[in-house]
Design a protein around this ligand. Structure first.
Ligand code: G3I
Length: 337
């Protein structure tokens, strides 16, 4: 009898241990996710074990961008995106779409050409509508326009803006909404989480879109942070609040933390990084409109920041102190919002 009780206790204990981040986040109505590199999805069971344990939302790191989905004009390629969509469906995960319109990873047939405003408008519309229509019912939220605000202030002077004028943003959202009325539509940018000139510009942009009744549901805060210069949590909270007042959701879309050059031992660096992860998750839990937290990658063996260690898992797929700090943050009582 005693032996049975012990076995039961062991089983319950290991179940509790096996609880992933997504399970801890669920009572807070928060989704936890990561950007996926399709190469690992296909042949790395350690990688997929982590995905299936911790995450309930995935986004393609590159596979659904314009150069990947429309490599030649009006010749679409959805193979890798479909693979991720199927994987997400099989494992009850949501799929974020990234991204319908950006000034990077634009296919060469566009950058090498010269286009009238009318021609480029047709290209933009066709791309957005074909891709959004293809993934209709499978992508729950799209980053419709990515990084349209300049670091120096004002609108970024991209090929889209130069030829189509500032209003291309509003029209991009309208085209996406026509193609998939049920998808949540996001504006996504970096360095715009705290209260800065850039986040003021993002705020002004989304406020004016809302005033014009453009179909916009939320703002993606990428949050590629730097441990040497972390943003103020109070500022992030205030920024989330002013977006909530516009009736906009916030997704933290690309979280990671650079730490190269951090003065201190490896232990101190790990602890500081753990605190930063935990602080941001806490700010998100306390905001009434912050509904998803995604890291830009899974483990440090694959990050867009080579030589750095910005993620929750190390290069050998061991959870780092940041992982346990997020776990603890998610165990706090559900906030009354
Ligand atoms: O696909 C080619 C491959 O054919 C070629 O052999 C290889 C040689 O370098 O390059 C491959 O393309 C690379 C692509 O990633 C896929 O691995 C590109 O050179 C490389 O520039 C591209 O980098 C991506 C970057 O966006 C592009 O600007 C990163 O992986 C990706 O993490 C990064 O993600 C962005 C978000 O979309 C938006 N926010 C910022 C974030 C980080 O920069």
């Amino acid at each position: 009898m005693k032996k049975h009780l012990m076995l039961l206790a062991l089983t319950l204990g290991s179940c509790a241990f096996a609880e992933g981040l997504k399970d801890l986040a669920r009572p807070h109505q928060l989704h936890i996710g990561a950007a996926i590199d399709l190469r690992f999805l296909l042949d790395d069971p350690d990688y997929t074990d982590i995905l299936e344990k911790d995450f309930d939302v995935v986004v393609a790191e590159n596979a659904m961008k314009m150069d990947a989905t429309e490599p030649q004009q009006n010749e679409f390629s959805f193979g890798l995106g479909d693979l991720l969509a199927q994987y997400a469906e099989k494992h009850n995960m949501l799929l974020r779409g990234h991204t319908l319109l950006w000034h990077e990873q634009v296919p060469r047939w566009i950058t090498a050409g010269t286009w009238t405003a009318e021609q480029l408008e047709a290209i933009m519309k066709n791309h957005i509508q074909t891709v959004a229509d293809h993934f209709k019912g499978r992508v729950f939220a799209w980053d419709v326009v990515n990084e349209a605000i300049s670091d120096a202030g004002g609108m970024r002077d991209t090929l889209w803006r130069k030829t189509l004028g500032d209003d291309f943003i509003a029209r991009a959202f309208q085209y996406a909404h026509q193609a998939d009325p049920a998808a949540k539509l996001f504006y996504n940018d970096y360095s715009s989480e705290a209260l800065t000139r850039k986040s003021d510009d993002v705020y002004a942009l989304v406020k004016s879109l809302k005033e014009k009744n453009v179909p916009l549901d939320g703002v993606g805060m990428q949050m590629h942070l730097n441990l040497n210069n972390p943003p103020s949590m109070a500022d992030i909270a205030q920024n989330m609040k002013r977006l909530a007042d516009l009736n906009l959701e916030v997704h933290i879309t690309e979280f990671d933390v650079r730490s190269a050059g951090f003065p201190g031992t490896a232990k101190e660096r790990n602890e500081a990084m753990a605190k930063l992860y935990s602080d941001v998750v806490t700010v998100c839990l306390q905001a009434r409109n912050c509904t998803a937290f995604l890291t830009w990658g899974v483990a440090d063996n694959h990050t867009w920041l080579p030589g750095d260690a910005p993620l929750l898992y190390d290069g050998f797929y061991n959870p780092k102190p940041a992982y346990f700090a997020v776990q603890e943050a998610l165990k706090q009582p559900v906030a009354q919002k």
